[in-house]
Design a binder for this molecule. Structure first.
Ligand code: AMP
Ligand code: GLY
Length: 421
């Protein structure tokens, strides 16, 4: 079969890499792809939001299945568009994608269905929000309602910071229309974990847990990024916690989908805060995580094409999804300056010596070879039977790949060593 993967990040390179191992796949196309997907699939130029343009490729390339990586086209309704044309597509429809597309929708859904989450208030009127911040506790969290490329969450320590943030989001509209509604949420302490799950109309099957490293600098300091590295499994999610996640999050979400008549199919990503053995959901995403995918899919021992087909056909309950009993660690190499401004077009050297899982994110193939083309440039993944070994192997790979102003965190995975070796 011919598959079209939509997106251009490390997540999409990992999905393409995993799909390419399936004997059922004849050819993979990636739109728009990156320097890594160019080597194992055919990149197609175009925008992830141009459904008509994508449809032209679907016809021309005889695509049997579309797999959607990023949230933006899902929230824009790409699944509804292709389902109406009877094209097989993996991902939630527009209504279900609101779980990520609107934090207000997501919070209401969680409250209604008893999924533990932080207390919150929502505002569309900046003056009312400004009154509220005078009497709230600090730190507190202000979130733009809509999609903001992972940047729409600000932890405010003082009333002055809160006021500035409200002005930026609601008055200056730094996130555009995404900030016309905001949420002010209780600050939660604890350790984060990401649990992604495959979902069809009747079944939710969690994947192995992972932990992202959102802050730019070692020790979780500095501004938040899209994610500077990840590891899996996340030992904070032990068997007892996994049971709680199933009962308090996934079972209640599935019951909620049914009672509200919401058809959710695809990936449901629960971002959790865990504190003293209790969990709260920080957010839901409706797609694979980046860089979580780079540590989760290399551990998958089942054909991903079979899983995607089972979800589309509502046969998830019939398949036995298997995972490797190992550790995966992914270190992100980024362009100096990220998550602020950075330069592109730097020549990458050493890739031929990097004999491991080097997932490309912001790269492209030009006349000079592979050059940098984004903030997060590579996600370098290593596997091992022990966490320490996986960390060591990942950093050996990191040292082999070079480009001007390469930055990375040196502590990926190390937080987990307090639980496990
Ligand atoms: P979100 O996009 O909602 O997951 O938020 C992005 C990041 O902001 C999370 O991964 C957390 O690190 C942080 N965050 C979000 N909500 C809270 C909260 N209520 N308390 C503490 N940190 C939060
Ligand atoms: N790693 C965070 C995300 O994918 O949203």
């Amino acid at each position: 079969m011919n598959i079209l993967v939509i997106g251009n990040g490390g997540r999409e390179h990992t999905i393409v890499w995993k799909l390419s191992q399936s004997p059922k796949v004849s050819k993979i196309y990636t739109l728009p792809g990156n320097g890594g997907t160019a080597a194992i699939s055919e990149n197609l130029s175009g925008s992830v939001s141009d459904f008509h343009g994508i449809d032209q490729y679907v016809k021309e390339k005889k695509i049997d299945l579309i797999v959607v990586g990023p949230e933006v086209p899902l929230v824009e309704g790409i699944v509804d568009y292709f389902e109406a044309k009877n094209i097989r597509i993996f991902g939630p429809n527009q209504q279900a994608a609101q779980l990520e597309g609107s934090k207000s929708f997501s919070k209401k859904f969680m409250q209604k269905h008893g999924v533990p989450t932080a207390e919150y208030e929502e505002f569309t009127d900046i003056e009312k929000a400004k009154k509220y911040i005078q009497k709230m506790d600090y730190p507190s969290v202000i979130k733009a309602d809509g999609l903001a490329a992972g940047k729409g969450v600000v932890i405010v320590q003082t009333q002055t910071e809160a006021e500035n943030t409200l002005n930026e989001i609601m008055k200056n509209q730094v996130f555009g229309a995404a900030g016309s509604k905001i949420i002010i949420e209780e600050f939660l302490k604890g350790e984060e974990a990401s649990i992604l799950a495959f979902v069809d109309a009747d079944t939710i099957i969690p994947m192995v847990p992972a932990q992202d490293h959102k802050a730019i600098y070692d020790g979780d300091t500095g501004p938040n990024t899209g994610g500077m590295g990840a590891y899996s499994p996340a030992p904070i999610v032990n068997a007892e916690m996994m049971k709680k996640v199933q009962e308090q999050v996934f079972d209640r979400m599935l019951a909620g989908f049914k009672s509200d008549g919401l058809l959710f199919k695809g990936i449901l990503y629960a971002g959790l805060m865990i504190h003293k053995g209790e969990l709260k959901v920080l957010e839901f995403n409706v797609r694979f995580g980046d860089p979580e995918t780079q540590v989760v899919l290399p551990r998958l021992d089942t054909d991903l094409v079979d899983i995607f087909n089972a979800v589309i056909d509502d046969k998830l309950a019939d398949i036995n999804i298997k995972w490797k009993d190992n550790f995966a660690v992914c270190v992100v190499l980024a362009s100096g300056g990220y998550p602020g401004s950075y330069e592109k077009g730097k020549i990458v050297s050493g890739l031929e010596k990097a004999d491991g899982l080097v997932f490309h994110a912001g790269t492209k193939l030009d006349k000079k070879g592979i050059v940098t083309d984004g903030g997060r440039v590579f996600g370098v993944t290593a596997l091992g039977s022990k966490l320490t070994g996986a960390i060591e192997s990942a950093y050996k790979l990191v040292d082999k790949i070079n480009f001007d102003k390469k930055i990375f965190r040196t502590d990926i995975g190390k937080k987990a060593l307090k639980y496990i070796k």
